[in-house]
Design a protein around this ligand. Structure first.
Ligand code: CA
Ligand code: CA
Ligand code: CA
Length: 398
């Protein structure tokens, strides 16, 4: 079966090559693409990466194979196209928790809005007056290295009481783990809670939790991990196999990191320097090194995500009045900046930045920083035009 398919697709490619050689556009450069495995995977690992890629990018759910009844989208890939950031029309809406450390209100349909339904079912709406947050899909590249870091490495970046007096604190989001969570050697618990690293508010501890939650809440697909259907509250047979979930998690762990395009251009070098000088790098931590991992290719690697994975008070302008886990309504996790310059490739040719895509350029995203980042933002605004230009060039190169 596989062989036949391969022969067929080979024949198809040959046909394409012979018939329309002149009109095939030049293939995008490796550094422009986000989809693809990290280097150094074994053959078996590459095979699992491919299985995960198919499930993540290609598998579409429909009413007959588990979709819904209530859902937001029909596949992971429809929101995470090409593994890059998503357009605001693929936004997720969360509501039902307005105070830290309280459970979301299930009786009103929290924590997530399922705004679509299969025929015969009514999509959800948010009750009048209930605060909500909108999230645009983030890129999913390089997550394996972030997942490999030890909790201690993240805690070392936190400064809850701002002891060094730079105006920046940074705290982890401590979240209650789901039943199926299995702590790794590098996880530490505090009163039964664990440090979240994924999502805009860092509400997911690991990629398994994020993936299981996405099948369940975004697509309405149950698994042995989360067997309860979000719309009926009833336990159903698994609609996606645990093997598929493991393959998708493996895929997310082994997706390559974005490649910086022009690291040596003089403006980029200058911008990188200024990025540290005006304290952007105090939250957007440039460099990390992973510890030993069960995936050899993730072990002892130095990488450049530009995040501390911590929550920061970002001021009233970015306070949506809703939250997740122990985060305050005005706290957001520093997003990684790697791949930032490639955002328009998957956002319809434009930038839609910050948690809800409200910033239409990199500069606008910077100017909307408040709270702990107010100082750094003000220092950006005080730079000369050419210095600002250098920072923007640097950010576009990431
Ligand atoms: Ca279902
Ligand atoms: Ca809901
Ligand atoms: Ca500090």
């Amino acid at each position: 079966m596989t062989i036949n398919l391969n022969i067929l697709s080979l024949a198809f490619i040959l046909l394409l090559c012979f018939s329309c050689e002149d009109i095939i556009p030049e293939a995008p450069k490796e550094s422009e693409l986000l989809d693809g495995p990290i280097e150094g995977l074994s053959n078996a690992e590459q095979a699992q990466f491919l299985e995960g890629d198919i499930a993540f990018s290609d598998e579409v759910f429909f009413a007959g194979n588990g979709l819904g009844p209530l859902f937001v989208a029909t596949s992971c890939g429809s929101c995470h196209a090409g593994d890059g950031k998503g357009h605001p029309f693929t936004t997720l809406t969360r509501f039902g928790q307005t105070q830290p450390d309280t459970p979301p209100d299930l009786s009103i349909g929290g924590p997530q809005l399922q705004n679509r339904a299969i025929p015969g079912h009514e999509p959800e709406t948010i009750p009048e007056g209930v605060p909500f947050m909108k999230f645009t899909p983030p890129a999913v590249t390089g997550l394996g290295l972030l997942a490999a870091l030890t909790d201690q490495q993240i805690l070392d970046m936190a400064d809850p009481a701002d002891l060094d007096g730079d105006g920046i604190s940074g705290v982890p989001n401590y979240v209650t783990p789901p039943d199926f969570f299995i702590p790794q050697w590098f996880h530490q618990s505090l009163n039964g809670k664990y440090i979240g690293r994924f999502g805009k508010k860092a509400a997911a501890i690991d990629l398994l939790q994020q993936t299981v939650g996405a099948y369940n809440q975004d697509i309405g697909v149950t698994s042995i991990f989360e067997p309860i259907d979000v719309s009926t509250g009833l336990t159903t047979d698994p609609e996606v196999s645990d093997q598929t979930i493991r393959d998708v998690v493996f895929y997310l762990r082994t997706l390559k990191t974005p490649i910086q395009r022009t690291p040596d251009a003089s403006q980029v070098v200058q911008g990188k320097q200024l990025f540290s000088t005006i304290q952007c790098a105090s939250c957007h931590i440039p460099e990390w090194t992973s510890p030993q991992s069960d995936i050899e290719a993730l072990s002892n690697k130095t990488f450049y995500p530009y995040t501390d994975l911590l929550l920061h008070d970002m001021g009233p302008g970015l306070d949506d009045g809703a939250t997740e886990g122990s985060a305050e309504t005005y706290e957001w996790r520093t997003p990684p900046l790697w791949g930032l310059g490639l955002s328009p490739n998957s956002q319809g040719g434009e930038f839609f930045l910050l948690h809800d895509g409200r910033a239409l350029s990199i500069e606008e995203a910077i100017l909307l920083h408040g709270g702990e980042a107010q100082n750094s933002r003000d220092r950006f605004q005080e730079l000369t035009e050419s210095e600002k230009g250098a920072i923007l060039k640097f950010l576009e190169s990431l």
